[in-house]
Design a protein around this ligand. Sequence first.
Ligand code: IDP
Ligand code: MG
Length: 136
Amino acid sequence: MERTYIMIKPDGVQRRLTGEIIRRFENRGLTLVALKMLTPSRETAAAHYDVHKERPFFNDLVDFVTSGPVVAMVWEGPEAVKLTRQMIGATKPLEATPGTIRGDYTCDVMSNLIHGSDSPENAEAEIKLWFAASEI
Ligand code: IDP
Ligand code: MG
């Protein structure tokens, strides 16, 4: 069993896609082990996207992800990191195939509804960043 950090970004919450996204992961057989709604601080958002801090879109990305409530979650299942990344779809809109969350609901490279950890190591770090042990 593996755990991953999944976050519905502000656009996903505003577009009322929270239920649809959770439904997809539950239908697939994954287990929701933690969930909370919060508006991220700039500090947490910047730490979360630290790997992108030199990219030209970094400040816009922090503005975007702190612009409203997100739904922070931990999901568990076999190969949960790869499985959820596959269900989320690619970052580039043209590469996000139909049937994936991004491929079905967005064509914008930044407002792309959802984050999913890209490795088990990053999943562990992100779960620690967003959740206290007592919340899981
Ligand atoms: P990922 O979310 O598919 O893992 P990353 O490359 O890690 O994609 O980028 C993190 C987030 O930064 C993306 O989900 C998206 O919101 C935003 N982003 C990525 N590339 C661009 C870009 O070229 N322009 C604007 N925003 C971007
Ligand atoms: Mg990423």
